[in-house]
Design a protein around this ligand. Structure first.
Ligand code: TXA
Ligand code: MG
Length: 327
């Protein structure tokens, strides 16, 4: 079911779910001020209740409605990167419900730049709370959707979807925790650690103190088919070994297709931004290729590739839940 901006805003105000486009990935949105509506997100996704969801707001003006004790660093980051693919974790304001925060004392806030998301936030401010909670619109642990087709593959034809075309960034927002003094990077994304450090000074890496974030689980963003990351020099020997065992092997590697014993070969873009843009669509294609094993040639290890390497490492990790269509 396709929805217009006005219909989507009305559905949110009525406590219903709508899949919505953002510049990163599609989100599964509910009124952030309506706990019963937010609870529906968890049911539909199969997401554990103690995982917090990000609250999406129309501008930095909404910061004080949702957060308290807001450090200067957060205001500077909002001024620099909002609207855009940056989520900030801040001490939650009094009325923010536990269904949104996963029972934690903090709230994740993000102001998306996608024009359709912005239009929806503006319309929803007229007919409702003006803020929606939205995790990625996929079943828990699976690959995030970057097109309306992906959302349909996850949830079928009945879920109302606001169509905003393919997502520009392609991977989820950078998450930075500003609730604990020093800024802590919880999830790398298109806005890099260096860009954040240039504004706030020191940015620490996540440690065991870090709050729960499903994007920080070792296995996440995973296709159903087992996926291995392989260095360039080891790729063809690994393909041959698997094929010799009778395995159907799908390969994802940068640059033009090369001669290989693989059953199918998928070319990925050379630049980090373009690779990220295509990543989840590529993982879905590889998953649908009928292969029993996906081999991904490891991208470069430099900072520009941090977010892509983070997602690939999680996609490759052994899942905490069984893989397969039935899960
Ligand atoms: O790009 C994005 O951020 C997309 C689009 C839809 O905006 N959303 C997204 O949501 O990726 P989700 O739920 O799939 O991932 C959000 C991450 C989760 O890992 C969640 O645990 C974490 O943000 N998070 C949200 N609130 C938090 C909080 N208060 N403390 C720590 N982590 C939080
Ligand atoms: Mg997600």
């Amino acid at each position: 079911m396709s929805a217009t901006v006005a219909e989507a805003a009305r559905l949110l105000a009525a406590g219903e779910l709508v899949a919505i486009p953002t510049e990163t990935v599609y989100g599964l949105a509910a009124d952030a001020a309506n706990p019963a509506a937010v609870a529906k997100i968890f049911t539909l996704k199969g997401r554990p209740a103690d995982h917090p969801v990000i609250v999406h707001v129309g501008s930095a003006k909404a910061l004080d409605a949702w957060a308290i004790d807001i450090p200067e660093a957060a205001r500077k980051l909002a001024a620099a990167f909002w609207p855009g693919p940056l989520t900030m974790i801040l001490a939650k304001a009094k009325g923010v419900h536990a269904s949104v925060t996963g029972g934690q004392a903090t709230v994740g806030l993000r102001c998306p730049s996608h024009p359709v998301a912005q239009a929806l936030l503006a319309e929803f401010a007229k007919v409702g709370s003006g803020a929606f909670a939205a995790p990625s619109a996929n079943r828990f642990g699976h690959v995030s959707p970057t097109t309306v087709g992906h959302v349909r593959d996850e949830f079928g034809p009945d879920l109302p979807v606001l169509d905003g075309g393919p997502c520009e960034v392609g991977i989820e927002s950078t998450i930075v925790d500003l609730s604990r003094g020093t800024a802590v990077l919880l999830r790398p994304g298109a806005i890099t650690r260096e860009q954040i450090a240039a504004i706030v000074g020191e940015v620490r890496e996540r440690d065991s103190e870090a709050p729960r974030a499903s994007g920080t689980l070792a296995s996440h963003y995973a296709p159903h088919t087992p996926l291995e990351l392989v260095d360039e020099h080891a790729l063809e020997p690994r393909v041959r070994a698997a094929v010799a065992r009778g395995e159907r092997v799908a390969v994802l590697a940068r640059g033009p297709a090369r001669a290989s014993a693989a059953t199918s070969w998928h070319s990925a873009p050379e630049s980090a931004a373009a690779y990220a843009h295509d990543l989840y669509a590529n993982l879905r294609l590889l998953d649908a290729s009928g292969a029993g094993l996906i081999l991904v040639e490891a991208p470069p290890r430099d900072a520009a590739w941090d977010a892509v390497n983070d997602r690939l490492a999680r996609a490759a990790s052994e899942p905490a839940f069984p893989r397969g269509r039935s899960s």
